[in-house]
Design a binder for this molecule. Structure first.
Ligand SMILES: Cc1ncc(COP(=O)(O)O)c(C=O)c1O
Length: 477
């Protein structure tokens, strides 16, 4: 069977028909003329691969998507392509690769076969048209924002954010003329009220770290759509196994792969997944409609259609800002991704049981976990996180700030460190550590109170975890 059409019209939008073996397409080059352009053919095939993969379930895709074993000498495990660069056939080949006339690997800062498989898997399980991986979650966020925004632009952001992201938006980006209005995301109207003529993005965390507030993504996405601005969702804490923001209208999804996706606390990484749903041609994003000074006059939207953002993020963002993921870390993260679905279910079960146990503890003042029926986010978590609410639990002790510090110091099984999403259980007192740079008012807007202890519940036997926290609380009295 044969399918024929223009690369970003009918063919990319076509569903994969059974028996489809050959694809003949008019390939439009980025410069408007018809070309051999196998670069676009490959992107198209990547789309096709995603379409095929999208017929499989997420758990299956987390193990198989993107890895064509016949292209890797039959290796069942994804190989590590630990190389900085790739040998060109001749100077014409090199010129074609640099000119985007032909697809191929150039330099690992731009693309790498191991990273490519991780990217395809993440795009498949989040339901996007493409993905790019980065050296950390922070690099994924900053490169996304610097690809979309420039001096004079504005972001509307949920105030309930990971402390590092809050700092990026609050301190660092303003140095480049990009301002952010932080709003309380619980009142959805706050988003529309904060939007200005120069607002170019809405930024949220689907499940805030450490506030654990579940955001009404569908309602926020509607506001973004009405204002022709993309909704960017950091989905790190929820993970793609528990929640797919694209299903509810998010345009761009970001992950710190360092957390649950990697899962073993051994490698930093980040990812951006493009839903391919945002229309960049409203006039608000000239970088997508005008010839790019950074790439031979390429008009991203016209040439690339629904993959315009993810291609720009790679060929300008990764090229110029340089936050590439090491292929070795990519391999480690792939090992984690392959077991994510079983791990995140167990993290969620353990965390719910632990939160219920904490609630009954006589020294405990309050407990926050969106899966608890008493949580103010319980009904939103039923809608957005029905399969589980991930592994983070926060609580406060009757002894307040001082007791929090003492308990954090006294645990033996819980490790005191600044991370979440490891298979091993973790503990931290944010007010005296990760959030100490923020004022008390800023801390409280990000959900950090002086007494708050954050637990990242791991995969140990829950009875051992209860015993460890019990002895730490006794030692703090
Ligand atoms: C929700 C969230 N997003 C992003 C990040 C940043 O990720 P990374 O540490 O990989 O740079 C973190 C780190 O804790 C996080 O919790």
């Amino acid at each position: 069977m044969l399918l024929y059409g223009n690369v970003h019209d009918d063919v990319c939008n076509a569903t994969v028909l059974p028996g489809l073996k050959y694809i003949k397409i008019n390939i439009l080059s980025p410069f408007g003329n018809t070309t051999k352009g196998t670069f676009f053919l490959d992107l198209f095939l990547q789309n096709l691969n995603l379409l095929q993969m999208s017929e499989l379930n997420k758990t299956t895709n987390s193990l198989h998507a993107g890895h064509e074993t016949q292209l890797t000498e039959g290796t069942r495990a994804v190989p590590i392509y630990q190389t900085t660069s790739y040998v060109f056939n001749d100077t014409e080949h090199a010129a074609n690769l640099f000119g985007l006339k032909e697809f191929g690997y150039i330099y690992t800062r731009l693309n790498n076969p191991t990273n490519d498989i991780l990217e395809k898997r993440l795009a498949a399980i989040e339901g996007g048209v493409g993905a790019a991986v980065f050296s950390s979650g922070t690099s994924a966020i900053s490169t996304t924002l610097l690809t979309l925004l420039k001096n004079g632009d504005h972001i509307v952001s949920s105030s309930s954010l990971y402390g590092g992201t809050y700092n990026l938006l609050n301190v660092t980006l303003p140095r480049f003329g990009i301002e952010t209005s932080f709003i309380d995301p619980k009142i959805v109207n706050n988003f529309s009220e904060a939007i200005q003529a120069n607002t170019k993005a809405i930024f949220i965390e689907s499940l805030g770290n450490p506030k654990l507030d579940v955001l009404d993504i569908e309602a926020i996405a509607q506001i973004a759509r009405q204002n022709n601005i993309p909704l960017i969702v950091d989905n790190t804490v929820a993970t793609p196994m528990l929640l797919n923001p694209i299903k509810y209208g998010a345009n761009i999804v970001i992950h710190s792969l360092t957390k649950y996706i990697g899962g073993q606390g051994n490698s930093l990484g980040g990812a951006v997944i493009d839903a391919g749903t945002f229309d960049w041609t409203s006039g608000k994003f000239p970088e997508f409609t005008e010839p790019s000074k950074g790439y031979h006059g390429l008009k991203y939207s016209e040439a690339l259609g629904n993959i315009a953002f993810i291609v720009k993020l790679r060929i300008e963002g990764l090229r110029d800002l340089g936050g590439a993921l090491s292929p070795y870390n990519s391999f480690q993260i792939i090992q984690g991704l392959e077991t994510l679905s079983v791990r995140i279910n167990q993290h969620s079960k353990n965390a719910l049981a632990f939160a219920q146990w904490l609630r009954a503890h006589e020294q405990v003042e309050w407990v926050n976990y969106p899966g608890l029926e008493t949580s103010e986010y319980h009904s939103l978590s039923q809608k957005y996180l029905p399969k589980g609410q991930s592994g983070i639990v926060t609580f406060g002790l009757k002894g307040g700030f001082e007791a929090a510090k003492k308990v954090t110091d006294a645990t033996k099984l819980f490790s005191l460190l600044a991370n979440i999403g490891d298979s091993k259980s973790l503990i931290i007192h944010p007010a005296s550590t990760t959030h100490q740079q923020l004022t008390e008012e800023q801390q409280s807007s990000t959900g950090v109170t002086p007494d708050l202890i954050r637990l990242s519940i791991g995969l140990e036997d829950i009875e051992d975890l209860k015993n460890d926290l019990s002895q730490a609380i006794s030692a703090s009295l």
